[in-house]
Design a protein around this ligand. Structure first.
Ligand code: GDP
Ligand code: GDP
Length: 437
C-alpha cells in the first residue's frame, strides 16, 4: 500500500503552495480520462528515501458559502479514506479562524494521524507567537510552523510525516503493485470496460504520468488490493486522422504491454477470435506477461447454458499452445463480471510470482520423466537429472540433463503441461530451458 499524505484546510491557507513545494519538479497530474473529471490533485514525493503520494484536496472547496461545510466533509472523507497522514494547514497571518475550528471538529473524529501545519510562518512572530495558538484547536496533534513559499520548516514536518508510514522498505511507490494493461483491438470495448470500473468504484488513488502522454496509469483499490491499470483507451479518440488509428493503437498496446505484468485482453464476442486478437495474445505471450481473456459484449450473444463453455473451448483450442489463460465472458455495458475479470487478473499476477522449490520440482517431475523419458536419438539416451526454477519475473524452469541439444519441442511441451498439471500457473507463460550437467 502506497503512503498517502493528504493536505486539507480552509481556502487560502496555502495548500496548493505546499503541495507544489512537496512535489517540486515532479509533475502533478490532473487528467480527464474517459470523461471522468478528477478534482483531486496528485503528485509523487520522496523524503529520506521514503516515497509517498501527496493529495491536494483544495480543489474541492470552490463552492459557495452554503455548500462549504459539505465541501469540507467531502474533502475530509477523501482524506479519511485514502490518507496515511493528514496535513491540516492553517494560516499564521490570519491566525485561528472559525472555519479552522469547523475543520478541527471534523478531524477530531478521524482516527488518522493529523499534523497541524502553521503556514506562512516566515517571521519570528508568526513562528513562535502565532503558531502555538493553534494548539487551542484541541486536536491531538503537534503544530509545525512552516513557510510553503520559502520552504522553511518543511524538513522537520516531513521528518514527522514519514514516521507514520507503514511500509518502510518500499523504494519505488509502484514496485510491488500489480500493473495491468487493458489490450484489445479497436472497438473491443476497452474504454467501456474502464468506464464500467470507474463508474462502480471511484476509489482511484492516484494518477501517474506515463513515460509519454500515450498512456495514463491509474492506481486503483479494489477488493482491498492495489493495482495500476494502464489506460490506453483515451488516446485513439484524439487521433483525428483515421489512418493513424491502427498505428497508434498498435504502438500504445506495445507500450502498455511492456509496462505491465498482466494483460487483460478484450475480445468482441460477436466477432469471436480473429487474426488481430491472436496477434495481440501472441505478443503478450511472447513477452511472458500474465493473460486474462475477456470475451466482451456477451450481452449481444444469443446463448444457452452451454454457449460459454463451447466458445471458451473453441477459442483455447485455436490458441494452442497459448491456451493456458482464464477466459471470462463479460459485458462492459451491463457491468456483468467485470470485477471477476480484475479478480482473475490479480490471481494471475500472484501465479506469475509463484516459486516452486527445487526439491518439490524434483519429487514431482522426476518420477513422471522416468516413466515418459525423452525419446532416445541416434541410440543416445537423454537423462534429466534435476530441475530448478529461476528467480525470474515469469516462471522459468531449467532441466539439467546430459544431452540438452537432443530434446525436441514436443517433449518440452510435455514438460510444460506436467508443470501446469501439478503446479497451476494458469494465465502465465511457462518457459523451460535445458542445460548440460
Ligand atoms: P489554498 O487555497 O489553501 O490552496 O492556498 P494557496 O496555495 O492558493 O495560497 C493562498 C495564498 O497564500 C496565495 O496568495 C499564496 O501565495 C499565499 N501563500 C501560500 N503559502 C504561503 C507562505 O508560506 N507564506 C506566505 N507569505 N504566503 C503564502
Ligand atoms: P475500445 O475501442 O476498445 O475502447 O471500445 P469502446 O469501449 O469504445 O467500445 C466500442 C463500442 O462497443 C461502443 O459502441 C460500445 O458502446 C460498445 N460496447 C462496449 N462494450 C460493450 C458490451 O459489453 N456490450 C455491448 N452491447 N456493447 C459494448
Amino acid at each position: 500500500m502506497a503512503n498517502i499524505v493528504a493536505i486539507v484546510g480552509r481556502p487560502n491557507v496555502g495548500k496548493s503552495t505546499l503541495f507544489n513545494r512537496l512535489i517540486e519538479e515532479r509533475v502533478a497530474i490532473t487528467d480527464n480520462v474517459s470523461g471522468v473529471t478528477r478534482d483531486r490533485h496528485y503528485g509523487q514525493s520522496v523524503w529520506t528515501e521514503k516515497y509517498f503520494t501527496v493529495i491536494d484536496t483544495g480543489g474541492y472547496v470552490v463552492g459557495s458559502e452554503d455548500t462549504f461545510e459539505g465541501a469540507i466533509r467531502d474533502q475530509v472523507a477523501l482524506a479519511l479514506d485514502e490518507a496515511t497522514v493528514i496535513l491540516f494547514v492553517v494560516d499564521t497571518i490570519t491566525g485561528l479562524t472559525d472555519l479552522d475550528k469547523e475543520f478541527a471538529n471534523i478531524l477530531r473524529r478521524i482516527d488518522k494521524p493529523v499534523l497541524i501545519v502553521a503556514n506562512k510562518a516566515e517571521t519570528f512572530e508568526r513562528q513562535s507567537l502565532v503558531a502555538p495558538e493553534f494548539y487551542a484547536l484541541g486536536l491531538d496533534a503537534d503544530v509545525y510552523p512552516i513557510s510553503s513559499t520559502d520552504g522553511s520548516g518543511t524538513g522537520e514536518l516531513l521528518d514527522e510525516v514519514v514516521k507514520h508510514f507503514e511500509d518502510e522498505g518500499v523504494e519505488d511507490p509502484d514496485a510491488c503493485i500489480p500493473k495491468i494493461a487493458i489490450l484489445g483491438r479497436p472497438n473491443a470495448g476497452k474504454s467501456s470496460f474502464l468506464n464500467a470500473l470507474l463508474g462502480k468504484d471511484r476509489s482511484i488513488v492516484t494518477d501517474i504520468a506515463g513515460t509519454t502522454r500515450d498512456s495514463i496509469d491509474t492506481h486503483y483499490k479494489l477488493f482491498g488490493k492495489d493495482f495500476i491499470l494502464t489506460d490506453t483507451a483515451g488516446i485513439r479518440k484524439k487521433a483525428k486522422v483515421h489512418e493513424d488509428i491502427e498505428f497508434y493503437s498498435t504502438i500504445r498496446s506495445l507500450k502498455a504491454l511492456e509496462n505491465s505484468e498482466v494483460c487483460i485482453i478484450i475480445l468482441d464476442a460477436e466477432r469471436g477470435l480473429e487474426a488481430q486478437d491472436i496477434h495481440i495474445i501472441a505478443q503478450a505471450h511472447n513477452a511472458k506477461k500474465g493473460i486474462v481473456l475477456m470475451i466482451n459484449k456477451w450481452d449481444l450473444i444469443e446463448k444457452d447454458s452451454k454457449t460459454a463453455d463451447k466458445m471458451g473451448k473453441e477459442i483455447l483450442e485455436r490458441l494452442a499452445p497459448m491456451n493456458y489463460m482464464p477466459v471470462i465472458f463479460a459485458s462492459a455495458l451491463n457491468k456483468q463480471r467485470i470485477f471477476q475479470v480484475i479478480e482473475k487478473a490479480m490471481e494471475v499476477y500472484e501465479m506469475r510470482q509463484e516459486k516452486i522449490s527445487t526439491s518439490k520440482l524434483n519429487a514431482t517431475l522426476l518420477p513422471l520423466i522416468e516413466r515418459t523419458p525423452p525419446p532416445a536419438i541416434k541410440g543416445k539416451y537423454i537423462k534429466i537429472k534435476y530441475i530448478t526454477q529461476l528467480p525470474t519475473p515469469s516462471p522459468t524452469f531449467v532441466f539439467f540433463c546430459n544431452l540438452p541439444q537432443y530434446i525436441k519441442e514436443a517433449y518440452e511441451r510435455f514438460l510444460i503441461n506436467k508443470i501446469r498439471e501439478h503446479f497451476g500457473f494458469g494465465g502465465v507463460a511457462i518457459t523451460v530451458f535445458f542445460r548440460k550437467k
